[in-house]
Design a protein around this ligand. Structure first.
Ligand code: SAM
Ligand code: SF4
Length: 326
């Protein structure tokens, strides 16, 4: 049966974070000094995460995205993914990664049952990439993308967070990538999760991004697939791939929200940008599966109709996205 929230939205998607740790320090995600690491006991075990996945699927979740921090840095991630992919009733298992470890892990990920990868890639220029990620190696990510293609993954989804004066000059280059290659490139509005003082100057609206691409290419609206969520999709006429716009700040985001989240510390959340959540750890420790399912239903029922955050209204408590999973 369909899992509906109180605003009539069909909730079928869980973002499950497996770690708060990361091998990059992206400037929009975490402060330069990094984030204090959660201690081992505060992180859900793989057994806990599998229980959460099973109960989520039992109440109506159909798609699970594994995220982090960087999910591929957690030890023994492959056997865990194999177990999650075997959860009865799960339709889609996907994973979001910065791509740094794909060269080594792509084949194992594919064999473990991960069906698709989202790769976060904010620049095609080494210098800009290193600046945004505070030291990341672009070539390693690009080799990772190739390794994932060779391993048999379907064409990647590539997520670019657009920031004015930092990488917005590359919007057209990213859009052009979809001409010859069947990539799904998604442009994401920068979210002020760290409450950087200059965040308004960094922000580029989805409307402006589309306008810029539209000046060069003819854009054709392209229907979202089932389970896809709040991306508005287009195809450049004659292109092999597609582009999408995700607009958490300027709109068209909450209306189509189809997801709940569970952080690596076991906090279940109905909204990315709300400070609220429900600690699942005591329920997991007690082994009471019925109450775990009820708690997940409560999170769905309590989903707000919107986050209320926009360019003028911003009283968000700062947080590192790596702690929540994006
Ligand atoms: N480490 C993995 C990665 O980067 O793909 C997964 C975790 S990361 C927190 C998940 C997503 O959140 C990434 O696509 C990242 O670009 C996005 N993200 C993080 N901070 C953001 C922000 N301030 N605004 C918009 N997107 C953000
Ligand atoms: Fe790490 Fe992903 Fe955050 Fe970048 S966006 S710091 S790769 S968790």
């Amino acid at each position: 049966m369909k899992l509906l929230d109180t605003h009539g939205r069909h909730i079928n998607y869980l973002r499950l974070s497996v770690t708060d740790r990361c091998n990059l320090r992206c400037s929009y995600c975490m402060p330069e000094q990094g984030v204090e690491k959660l201690c081992h006991e505060d992180i859900l075990t793989y057994e806990d995460l599998i229980c959460v996945a099973e109960e989520a699927v039992a109440i109506g979740i159909e798609k699970i995205r594994i995220t982090g921090g960087e999910p591929l840095v957690r030890r023994d991630i492959i056997p865990f993914l194999r177990a999650i992919s075997a959860v009865p009733g799960l339709k889609q298992l996907v994973l979001t990664t910065n791509g740094l470890l794909l060269e080594e892990l792509a084949e194992d990920l594919h064999r473990a049952g991960v069906q698709r990868l989202n790769i976060s890639l904010d620049s095609l220029k080494q210098e800009t990439f290193a600046h945004i990620t505070r030291g990341g190696d672009l070539q390693r990510v690009l080799r990772g993308l190739q390794a994932a293609e060779r391993a048999g993954f379907p064409p990647h989804k590539i997520n670019m967070v657009v920031m004015r004066g930092i990488n917005d000059d590359e919007v057209l280059d990213f859009a052009t990538m979809t001409m010859d290659r069947p990539f799904a490139v998604r442009f994401i509005e920068y979210m002020p999760t760290l409450q950087a003082e200059n965040w308004r100057t960094l922000s580029v609206s989805g409307h402006e991004i589309l306008e810029r691409i539209g000046k060069r290419y003819e854009l054709i609206p392209y229907g979202s697939q089932d389970l896809a969520g709040p991306s508005r999709n287009f195809k450049i006429k004659g292109s092999a791939g597609s582009i999408g716009i995700i607009t958490p700040i300027s709109g068209h985001f909450c209306r189509d929200c189809n997801r709940i989240r569970v952080t690596s510390a076991g906090l279940a959340k109905g909204c990315l940008l709300s400070g609220e959540g429900l600690d699942l750890k005591p329920l997991l420790r007690s082994g009471d599966r019925t109450r775990l399912g009820e708690a997940l239903r409560l999170i769905v029922a309590g989903k707000p109709d919107g986050h209320g955050l926009d360019n003028d209204n911003n009283d968000l408590q700062p947080f590192a996205m790596s702690r929540v999973g994006g």
